[in-house]
Every structure is written in C-alpha cells, then in structure tokens.
Design a protein. Structure first.
Length: 217
C-alpha cells in the first residue's frame, strides 16, 4: 500500500476534516452514509460522472465498469449522480466486480441499490440514499476520471479520500502531506486530552482553551 494511504488509513474523517479546516481547505461532506459495512476506507480516487439519459444514445457498456477495470488495488470509486432522479448509480454485481479488482470501496453522491448484496460481500458502499430503481432508461455514464462535484467539493482523479461513520473527506493530491501532518498532530493532542480526562482532570479545563485553540493556524 502507498505510504501516504497507509498514514491516511490510520486517521478518522473527523481528524482529516479538522486538518482541512486548519489549512483553509474545503472540509468534510455530510449526508453521505456508510450503508454496507462498519469499515473505514481510505485511498486514491477514481471518478465517474452520471447524467440523465434523456435523448442520449444507449451506452455501449454498463455504467461504472470502465472505472472498475481501470482501478488499482486500494483505489476508491467516487460517483457523481446529482440528477435528482431516483435511479441507482451502483448495484450488487458492480460490488462483486470491484471487490474482485481490489477496490477499497465506493462513494456515491446519489442513490445506490442492492445494499443487502454489498452487506453480504462486506464491500464498503457509501451513498446519499438507497433505492430499488434501476438506472436503465434513467441515467447514463458521461465521463470517467474527470473532475466531479461531491457535496460542495470539487474532486479530481488521483485525489485522496477517507470515509467512515462520521462523513467523507476529500484531500487534493497536492495537499496530502500538509493535511496528514496537521491531522496527525491533532490526533496526538486529542489523545493527550483523552488521557487527561481519564486521569481525573476536570473536563472543563481539558476541553477549554486547549480544544478551542487546536485549529488555529
């Protein structure tokens, strides 16, 4: 595993979000929930853009399969499906194909389906919501590995992401080192605060100025 991804995998989304805040970068995204496992995922990003089918010709290949076949082990597929249509961007066979390829998980700004299948596979799927409605005739893939928008954040191929039960945080690839360094320092301070609370120090003192100053530049 990439050393940077190894370091990222040791950090939760809250620490990364705090580091992004500290550095003046877009912070974590709320409302994308972990649907199929209890795992935290961290890795490099591959992107997929989906749009309304409308009058577009039928695609020659199933949506998201190009990203799966392009993925390297440990990559995370991130999908933009912001059409407003109740149509699944991901399903059970895609989870099988991604797992076989070694993909670490999928994050969808939109609906997914076959959630029970992904749970049985223990394959991590994060999404805005779930549905039983197929993509057929409703949405199509229009781009693979082009910049996308997730929440209010622009995400580019090769960026980094961490996702867990608290949220999803994207890190521009050019900012990964300062974000990791800031997050690791934040975690060290939080661990020291937790130890002080366990040792019986008044929580009002431990969580006072120390906590409030943590994200100052």
């Amino acid at each position: 595993m990439d050393e940077l991804v190894t370091r990222l995998s040791r950090l939760d989304c809250c620490a990364i979000s705090d580091a992004l805040d500290k550095l003046g970068l877009p912070a974590s995204i709320s409302g994308i929930d972990r649907l199929s496992t209890d795992h935290r995922i961290a890795g490099r990003v591959l992107t997929v853009t989906l749009a309304m089918a409308g009058d577009r010709p039928s695609a020659s290949r199933h949506l998201c399969t190009a990203a799966i076949e392009a993925a390297q082990p440990g990559d995370i597929i991130v999908i933009e499906q912001r059409t407003g249509l109740d149509a699944a961007s991901w399903g059970g066979n895609l989870s099988i194909g991604a797992q076989v390829r070694g993909v670490a998980g999928v994050i969808v700004d939109g609906p997914v389906r076959d959630v029970d299948d992904s749970r049985r596979l223990d394959f991590p799927v994060f999404a805005r919501c779930h549905t039983a409605r197929t993509a057929r005739g409703r949405i199509v893939e229009v781009a693979t590995n082009q910049p996308i928008t997730v929440g209010d954040v622009t995400v580019s191929p090769g960026d980094y992401v961490v996702a867990d039960g608290s949220g999803v945080a994207f890190i521009p690839q050019g900012q990964i080192l300062p974000v990791l360094q800031a997050a690791e320092a934040i975690v060290q301070r939080e661990e020291a605060m937790a130890a002080a609370i366990r040792d019986g120090n008044p929580i009002s003192q431990v969580m006072g100025a120390n906590y409030e100053s943590m994200l100052k530049k």
